[in-house]
Design a protein around this ligand. Structure first.
Ligand code: ADP
Length: 328
Protein backbone atom coordinates (compact mmCIF):
# COMPACT_ATOMS: atom_id res chain seq x y z
CA UNK A 1 0.00 0.00 0.00
CA UNK A 2 1.37 3.43 -0.85
CA UNK A 3 2.38 5.76 1.96
CA UNK A 4 1.25 9.39 2.15
CA UNK A 5 2.44 12.17 4.44
CA UNK A 6 1.14 15.71 4.71
CA UNK A 7 0.86 18.42 7.35
CA UNK A 8 -0.58 21.73 8.44
CA UNK A 9 1.32 24.45 10.31
CA UNK A 10 -0.36 25.87 13.42
CA UNK A 11 0.58 29.47 12.60
CA UNK A 12 -2.99 30.71 12.40
CA UNK A 13 -6.58 29.56 12.16
CA UNK A 14 -7.21 27.08 9.34
CA UNK A 15 -8.55 28.63 6.14
CA UNK A 16 -10.75 27.68 3.24
CA UNK A 17 -7.49 27.41 1.25
CA UNK A 18 -6.20 24.77 3.66
CA UNK A 19 -9.46 22.86 3.35
CA UNK A 20 -10.00 23.02 -0.43
CA UNK A 21 -6.30 22.77 -1.27
CA UNK A 22 -5.35 20.04 1.16
CA UNK A 23 -7.59 18.73 3.91
CA UNK A 24 -10.58 17.83 1.79
CA UNK A 25 -8.59 15.45 -0.37
CA UNK A 26 -6.93 13.89 2.69
CA UNK A 27 -10.43 13.11 3.94
CA UNK A 28 -12.17 12.10 0.73
CA UNK A 29 -9.39 10.25 -1.08
CA UNK A 30 -6.05 9.80 0.65
CA UNK A 31 -7.08 8.17 3.91
CA UNK A 32 -9.06 5.55 1.97
CA UNK A 33 -6.41 4.76 -0.63
CA UNK A 34 -3.17 4.77 1.29
CA UNK A 35 -1.41 4.31 4.58
CA UNK A 36 -1.66 8.02 5.33
CA UNK A 37 -0.12 10.19 8.05
CA UNK A 38 -1.37 13.71 8.72
CA UNK A 39 0.47 15.93 11.14
CA UNK A 40 0.07 19.26 12.86
CA UNK A 41 3.60 20.40 12.12
CA UNK A 42 4.13 22.60 15.15
CA UNK A 43 7.96 22.76 14.91
CA UNK A 44 7.43 24.67 11.66
CA UNK A 45 5.43 27.30 13.57
CA UNK A 46 8.58 28.39 15.39
CA UNK A 47 10.38 29.72 12.32
CA UNK A 48 8.86 33.20 12.71
CA UNK A 49 8.02 35.36 15.75
CA UNK A 50 5.58 33.32 17.83
CA UNK A 51 3.68 33.27 21.08
CA UNK A 52 4.09 29.92 22.90
CA UNK A 53 0.56 29.78 24.32
CA UNK A 54 -0.91 30.64 20.91
CA UNK A 55 1.04 27.92 19.12
CA UNK A 56 -0.16 25.36 21.66
CA UNK A 57 -3.76 26.52 21.31
CA UNK A 58 -3.63 26.59 17.51
CA UNK A 59 -2.03 23.11 17.36
CA UNK A 60 -4.89 21.71 19.29
CA UNK A 61 -7.44 23.57 17.22
CA UNK A 62 -5.84 22.36 13.97
CA UNK A 63 -5.89 18.74 15.17
CA UNK A 64 -9.52 19.11 16.24
CA UNK A 65 -10.45 20.62 12.86
CA UNK A 66 -8.65 17.85 10.98
CA UNK A 67 -10.80 15.32 12.80
CA UNK A 68 -13.91 17.50 12.41
CA UNK A 69 -13.32 17.66 8.64
CA UNK A 70 -13.44 13.88 8.56
CA UNK A 71 -10.00 12.37 9.13
CA UNK A 72 -10.75 9.04 10.76
CA UNK A 73 -8.12 7.73 13.22
CA UNK A 74 -9.16 4.19 12.31
CA UNK A 75 -8.15 4.86 8.69
CA UNK A 76 -5.13 7.14 9.06
CA UNK A 77 -2.59 8.43 11.57
CA UNK A 78 -3.19 11.90 13.00
CA UNK A 79 -0.48 13.33 15.25
CA UNK A 80 1.46 16.39 16.37
CA UNK A 81 4.97 16.62 14.92
CA UNK A 82 6.76 17.61 18.14
CA UNK A 83 5.38 14.50 19.89
CA UNK A 84 7.65 12.42 17.65
CA UNK A 85 11.38 13.17 18.21
CA UNK A 86 12.40 11.50 14.96
CA UNK A 87 11.48 14.61 12.92
CA UNK A 88 14.07 16.80 14.65
CA UNK A 89 16.64 13.97 14.68
CA UNK A 90 16.38 13.43 10.94
CA UNK A 91 16.17 17.14 10.17
CA UNK A 92 19.77 17.63 11.33
CA UNK A 93 20.99 14.82 9.10
CA UNK A 94 19.25 16.44 6.13
CA UNK A 95 20.72 19.84 6.99
CA UNK A 96 24.03 18.04 6.57
CA UNK A 97 22.86 16.84 3.15
CA UNK A 98 21.52 20.16 1.81
CA UNK A 99 23.59 23.19 0.82
CA UNK A 100 22.93 26.74 1.95
CA UNK A 101 22.56 27.82 -1.70
CA UNK A 102 19.75 25.33 -2.19
CA UNK A 103 17.91 26.57 0.86
CA UNK A 104 18.39 30.26 0.02
CA UNK A 105 16.76 29.65 -3.36
CA UNK A 106 13.44 28.62 -1.82
CA UNK A 107 10.71 31.10 -2.76
CA UNK A 108 9.05 30.95 0.66
CA UNK A 109 12.34 31.75 2.39
CA UNK A 110 12.91 34.71 0.11
CA UNK A 111 9.41 36.08 0.61
CA UNK A 112 9.19 35.53 4.34
CA UNK A 113 12.69 36.77 5.10
CA UNK A 114 12.07 39.96 3.14
CA UNK A 115 8.79 40.46 5.00
CA UNK A 116 10.38 39.85 8.41
CA UNK A 117 13.24 42.26 7.72
CA UNK A 118 10.80 44.90 6.44
CA UNK A 119 8.92 44.58 9.75
CA UNK A 120 12.18 45.19 11.60
CA UNK A 121 12.38 41.59 12.83
CA UNK A 122 15.45 39.41 12.70
CA UNK A 123 15.22 36.28 10.56
CA UNK A 124 15.42 33.05 12.50
CA UNK A 125 17.92 30.52 11.16
CA UNK A 126 15.14 27.92 11.20
CA UNK A 127 13.31 29.89 8.49
CA UNK A 128 16.20 29.00 6.20
CA UNK A 129 16.49 25.38 7.35
CA UNK A 130 12.72 24.77 7.40
CA UNK A 131 12.77 22.75 4.12
CA UNK A 132 15.25 20.29 5.69
CA UNK A 133 12.76 19.70 8.51
CA UNK A 134 9.96 19.32 5.99
CA UNK A 135 12.07 16.81 4.07
CA UNK A 136 12.58 14.93 7.34
CA UNK A 137 8.80 14.90 7.95
CA UNK A 138 8.31 13.19 4.61
CA UNK A 139 11.38 10.93 4.35
CA UNK A 140 11.10 9.57 7.90
CA UNK A 141 7.94 7.76 6.80
CA UNK A 142 9.24 6.58 3.41
CA UNK A 143 6.31 8.48 1.90
CA UNK A 144 5.48 7.87 -1.76
CA UNK A 145 3.18 10.84 -2.17
CA UNK A 146 2.89 14.27 -0.57
CA UNK A 147 -0.49 15.87 -1.29
CA UNK A 148 0.19 19.61 -1.02
CA UNK A 149 -0.94 22.82 -2.65
CA UNK A 150 1.20 24.42 -5.34
CA UNK A 151 2.88 26.68 -2.80
CA UNK A 152 4.69 23.66 -1.37
CA UNK A 153 5.80 21.83 -4.51
CA UNK A 154 9.24 23.51 -4.53
CA UNK A 155 9.92 22.11 -1.04
CA UNK A 156 8.90 18.63 -2.16
CA UNK A 157 11.27 18.94 -5.13
CA UNK A 158 14.07 19.74 -2.70
CA UNK A 159 13.04 16.74 -0.58
CA UNK A 160 13.43 14.54 -3.65
CA UNK A 161 16.87 15.98 -4.38
CA UNK A 162 17.99 15.38 -0.80
CA UNK A 163 16.67 11.80 -0.80
CA UNK A 164 18.44 11.00 -4.07
CA UNK A 165 21.70 12.61 -2.91
CA UNK A 166 21.65 10.84 0.45
CA UNK A 167 20.90 7.49 -1.19
CA UNK A 168 23.72 7.95 -3.72
CA UNK A 169 26.32 8.96 -1.16
CA UNK A 170 25.45 6.74 1.81
CA UNK A 171 23.46 3.83 0.40
CA UNK A 172 19.78 3.42 -0.28
CA UNK A 173 17.89 4.71 2.77
CA UNK A 174 14.93 6.80 1.62
CA UNK A 175 12.07 6.33 -0.75
CA UNK A 176 11.95 9.26 -3.23
CA UNK A 177 8.52 10.88 -2.85
CA UNK A 178 6.54 13.03 -5.25
CA UNK A 179 4.20 15.99 -4.73
CA UNK A 180 0.60 15.46 -5.77
CA UNK A 181 -1.13 18.86 -6.06
CA UNK A 182 -4.93 18.72 -6.06
CA UNK A 183 -6.63 18.87 -9.48
CA UNK A 184 -8.81 21.80 -8.39
CA UNK A 185 -8.28 24.62 -5.89
CA UNK A 186 -4.52 24.10 -5.91
CA UNK A 187 -4.21 27.75 -4.99
CA UNK A 188 -7.11 29.58 -3.35
CA UNK A 189 -6.33 33.30 -3.47
CA UNK A 190 -6.88 36.06 -0.92
CA UNK A 191 -10.27 37.71 -1.49
CA UNK A 192 -8.82 41.20 -0.98
CA UNK A 193 -5.59 40.57 -2.87
CA UNK A 194 -6.23 37.87 -5.48
CA UNK A 195 -2.60 37.92 -6.56
CA UNK A 196 -1.46 36.35 -3.28
CA UNK A 197 -2.64 33.08 -1.77
CA UNK A 198 -5.18 32.84 1.02
CA UNK A 199 -2.68 32.11 3.78
CA UNK A 200 -3.52 31.66 7.44
CA UNK A 201 -0.49 33.58 8.67
CA UNK A 202 -1.33 36.78 6.80
CA UNK A 203 -1.83 39.85 8.93
CA UNK A 204 -5.27 40.93 7.78
CA UNK A 205 -8.12 38.45 7.84
CA UNK A 206 -10.45 40.46 5.59
CA UNK A 207 -9.59 38.44 2.49
CA UNK A 208 -9.38 35.11 4.28
CA UNK A 209 -12.25 32.74 5.03
CA UNK A 210 -11.46 30.81 8.19
CA UNK A 211 -13.09 27.42 8.71
CA UNK A 212 -14.50 28.59 12.03
CA UNK A 213 -15.80 31.99 10.83
CA UNK A 214 -19.46 32.62 11.66
CA UNK A 215 -21.86 32.38 8.67
CA UNK A 216 -22.49 36.13 8.45
CA UNK A 217 -18.74 36.83 8.54
CA UNK A 218 -18.18 34.40 5.65
CA UNK A 219 -20.97 36.08 3.66
CA UNK A 220 -19.54 39.54 4.33
CA UNK A 221 -16.00 38.57 3.32
CA UNK A 222 -17.12 36.96 0.07
CA UNK A 223 -19.55 39.76 -0.84
CA UNK A 224 -16.72 42.28 -0.34
CA UNK A 225 -14.21 40.29 -2.41
CA UNK A 226 -12.17 42.41 -4.79
CA UNK A 227 -13.14 41.78 -8.42
CA UNK A 228 -12.44 44.41 -11.08
CA UNK A 229 -14.26 47.22 -12.83
CA UNK A 230 -15.76 44.99 -15.55
CA UNK A 231 -19.24 43.51 -15.45
CA UNK A 232 -19.15 40.29 -17.44
CA UNK A 233 -18.38 37.14 -15.52
CA UNK A 234 -15.46 35.58 -17.37
CA UNK A 235 -12.99 32.92 -16.30
CA UNK A 236 -9.62 34.53 -16.98
CA UNK A 237 -7.12 33.93 -14.13
CA UNK A 238 -4.43 36.07 -15.82
CA UNK A 239 -6.23 39.35 -16.33
CA UNK A 240 -9.18 38.90 -13.93
CA UNK A 241 -7.77 37.04 -10.94
CA UNK A 242 -10.46 38.14 -8.46
CA UNK A 243 -13.39 36.79 -10.49
CA UNK A 244 -11.41 33.67 -11.44
CA UNK A 245 -10.72 33.02 -7.76
CA UNK A 246 -14.43 33.22 -6.90
CA UNK A 247 -15.24 30.90 -9.81
CA UNK A 248 -12.61 28.44 -8.65
CA UNK A 249 -13.89 28.47 -5.09
CA UNK A 250 -17.45 27.94 -6.32
CA UNK A 251 -16.21 25.21 -8.64
CA UNK A 252 -14.38 23.45 -5.81
CA UNK A 253 -17.50 23.63 -3.62
CA UNK A 254 -20.01 22.62 -6.30
CA UNK A 255 -18.04 20.22 -8.51
CA UNK A 256 -18.87 22.28 -11.61
CA UNK A 257 -16.32 23.53 -14.11
CA UNK A 258 -15.27 27.21 -13.58
CA UNK A 259 -15.66 28.09 -17.27
CA UNK A 260 -19.15 26.64 -17.38
CA UNK A 261 -20.01 28.45 -14.17
CA UNK A 262 -18.83 31.75 -15.65
CA UNK A 263 -21.38 31.36 -18.44
CA UNK A 264 -24.17 30.90 -15.91
CA UNK A 265 -23.73 34.34 -14.25
CA UNK A 266 -24.62 37.79 -15.46
CA UNK A 267 -23.36 39.78 -12.48
CA UNK A 268 -20.63 39.66 -9.86
CA UNK A 269 -23.23 40.06 -7.13
CA UNK A 270 -25.04 36.84 -8.01
CA UNK A 271 -21.76 34.97 -8.35
CA UNK A 272 -20.61 36.15 -4.91
CA UNK A 273 -23.93 35.27 -3.30
CA UNK A 274 -23.89 31.72 -4.66
CA UNK A 275 -20.21 31.31 -3.80
CA UNK A 276 -20.88 32.35 -0.20
CA UNK A 277 -23.77 29.89 0.14
CA UNK A 278 -21.76 27.07 -1.45
CA UNK A 279 -18.86 27.73 0.94
CA UNK A 280 -21.21 27.78 3.93
CA UNK A 281 -22.71 24.48 2.84
CA UNK A 282 -19.21 22.96 2.86
CA UNK A 283 -18.25 24.50 6.21
CA UNK A 284 -21.45 23.77 8.16
CA UNK A 285 -20.82 20.08 8.99
CA UNK A 286 -17.18 20.80 9.85
CA UNK A 287 -18.18 23.55 12.29
CA UNK A 288 -20.80 21.32 13.91
CA UNK A 289 -18.41 18.41 14.38
CA UNK A 290 -15.71 20.80 15.64
CA UNK A 291 -18.03 22.02 18.40
CA UNK A 292 -18.70 18.41 19.50
CA UNK A 293 -15.02 17.47 19.50
CA UNK A 294 -13.93 20.65 21.26
CA UNK A 295 -16.28 19.68 24.08
CA UNK A 296 -14.47 16.35 24.48
CA UNK A 297 -10.74 17.21 24.81
CA UNK A 298 -9.98 13.78 26.31
CA UNK A 299 -10.96 12.13 23.05
CA UNK A 300 -8.72 14.40 20.95
CA UNK A 301 -5.82 13.80 23.38
CA UNK A 302 -6.26 10.03 23.09
CA UNK A 303 -6.30 10.19 19.27
CA UNK A 304 -3.13 12.29 19.22
CA UNK A 305 -1.34 10.03 21.73
CA UNK A 306 -2.13 6.92 19.73
CA UNK A 307 -1.18 8.69 16.49
CA UNK A 308 2.22 9.75 17.87
CA UNK A 309 2.98 6.22 19.10
CA UNK A 310 2.21 4.76 15.71
CA UNK A 311 4.16 7.47 13.86
CA UNK A 312 7.18 6.98 16.13
CA UNK A 313 7.18 3.26 15.48
CA UNK A 314 7.14 3.90 11.73
CA UNK A 315 9.80 6.62 11.69
CA UNK A 316 12.35 5.19 14.09
CA UNK A 317 13.79 2.37 11.93
CA UNK A 318 14.32 4.76 8.99
CA UNK A 319 15.91 7.48 11.10
CA UNK A 320 18.15 4.93 12.86
CA UNK A 321 19.18 3.61 9.45
CA UNK A 322 19.99 7.15 8.25
CA UNK A 323 22.21 7.74 11.32
CA UNK A 324 24.06 4.50 10.70
CA UNK A 325 24.43 5.19 6.97
CA UNK A 326 25.90 8.67 7.50
CA UNK A 327 28.50 7.35 9.91
CA UNK A 328 27.06 7.80 13.40
P1 ADP B 1 -0.60 28.13 5.29
O1 ADP B 1 0.02 28.74 4.08
O2 ADP B 1 -2.07 28.40 5.41
O3 ADP B 1 0.17 28.39 6.55
P2 ADP B 1 0.35 25.38 5.48
O4 ADP B 1 1.75 25.67 5.10
O5 ADP B 1 0.04 24.98 6.85
O6 ADP B 1 -0.59 26.58 5.00
O7 ADP B 1 -0.19 24.29 4.47
C1 ADP B 1 -1.15 23.32 4.74
C2 ADP B 1 -1.65 22.78 3.42
O8 ADP B 1 -2.62 23.68 2.89
C3 ADP B 1 -0.56 22.65 2.35
O9 ADP B 1 -0.80 21.47 1.62
C4 ADP B 1 -0.77 23.86 1.51
O10 ADP B 1 -0.31 23.66 0.18
C5 ADP B 1 -2.27 24.02 1.56
N1 ADP B 1 -2.67 25.41 1.34
C6 ADP B 1 -2.40 26.46 2.16
N2 ADP B 1 -2.94 27.59 1.67
C7 ADP B 1 -3.55 27.24 0.50
C8 ADP B 1 -4.29 27.98 -0.48
N3 ADP B 1 -4.52 29.27 -0.35
N4 ADP B 1 -4.77 27.30 -1.54
C9 ADP B 1 -4.57 25.97 -1.68
N5 ADP B 1 -3.89 25.22 -0.78
C10 ADP B 1 -3.38 25.84 0.29
Amino acid sequence: MKRIFSGIKPTGHLTLGNYLGALRRWVEVDQHQADALFSVVDLHALTVEHDPARVRRLSRQAATLMLAAGLDPDLCTVFVQSHVDEHARLSYILECTATDGELRRMIQYKEKSVRARAAGQSVRLSLLTYPALMAADILAYQADEVPVGEDQTQHVELTRDLAVRFNQRYGHTFNVPRATPPPVAARVMDLQDPTSKMGKSHESGAGIVYLLDEADVVRKKIMRAVTDSGHDVEYDPESRPGVANLLEILSACSGRNPKELAGAYESYGALKKDTAEAVLEVLRPIRERHAELAADPGHVDAVLRKGAERARGMARPTVDAAYRAIGL
